[in-house]
Write a protein that binds this ligand. Structure first.
Ligand code: HEC
Length: 209
């Protein structure tokens, strides 16, 4: 028994030593342009899915999620904060999305957005996902209600044509959700009364490289 325990202990110490050597050697490939090995990828995906499932167990979406007002308000905030990474009807890709790893899902595509999981979307938008590029938007001061509005909009977005999408964004209050919205020069006119339009311009209009 004692020998067995010593064996276990030695294995653990050697394992930790090899792990530490690897970490300190600089051989771990931290670059975003090389994918994880399938083992690491599976490990992270499994941990993420179980963590989200656990955290959303008691979370229920508001009953009025298909309310047109919610969808309209959500469209403006989505256009102001999310399009660069998650695209929109008529937007095929963006430089930031192409370079991110993991690549943000194209939320305008019905097969990439888990449309029947509003609680999951709410939780991810509110808390973000570590080391993925997905921000915890609540830290920027976005209230729960404004997050639900974006979730409401996400349920509709895959069915919208590019023209319907632009119409909805134009009809919204633009970037307006409390917190920093409208108080920051980067975010357009004070009060957020003007809808953001910069996000759906063609890149070619704005810069060249
Ligand atoms: C800088 C890029 C970036 C921005 C900006 C961003 N996201 Fe994300 N988002 C990501 C990435 C990357 C993931 C995937 C994370 C992963 O797979 O672990 C993600 C995941 C998500 C998911 C989860 C999809 C699913 O069901 O798995 C939702 C919903 C989402 N984002 C909504 C939003 C909304 C709404 C906004 C704007 C308020 C936003 N995101 C802004 C990068 C971004």
């Amino acid at each position: 028994m004692k020998r067995f325990l010593m064996g276990v202990l030695a294995t653990l110490v050697i394992g930790a030593g090899v792990g530490a050597l690897f970490v300190y050697s600089g051989l771990f490939d931290i670059s975003a342009d090389t994918p994880h090995s399938s083992l690491v990828h599976r490990l992270i995906e499994t941990a993420r899915e179980h963590a989200i499932d656990r955290s959303t167990r008691d979370l229920t979406a508001p009953a009025n999620l298909s309310d047109a007002e919610r969808v309209r308000r959500g469209a403006g905030n989505y256009a102001a904060m999310c399009v660069g990474c998650h695209l929109a009807p008529g937007k095929t890709d963006s430089e930031i999305r192409m370079g991110l790893y993991p690549q943000p899902p194209d939320l305008a595509r019905p097969d990439e957005v888990a449309a029947d999981e509003p609680a999951r979307q709410f939780w991810v938008i509110k808390h973000g996902i570590k080391a993925s590029g997905m921000p915890a938007w609540s830290k920027g001061g976005i209230e729960d209600e404004a997050i639900w509005d974006m979730v409401a909009f996400l349920q509709q977005m895959p069915a919208l044509s590019p023209a319907q999408y632009l119409e909805l964004v134009e009809a919204s209050e633009g970037h307006s959700h409390g917190g920093l919205a409208g108080h920051d020069d980067m975010h357009g006119k004070a009060g957020g009364s003007e809808p953001h339009t910069d996000n759906h311009h063609d890149h070619a209009d704005d810069h060249s490289h």
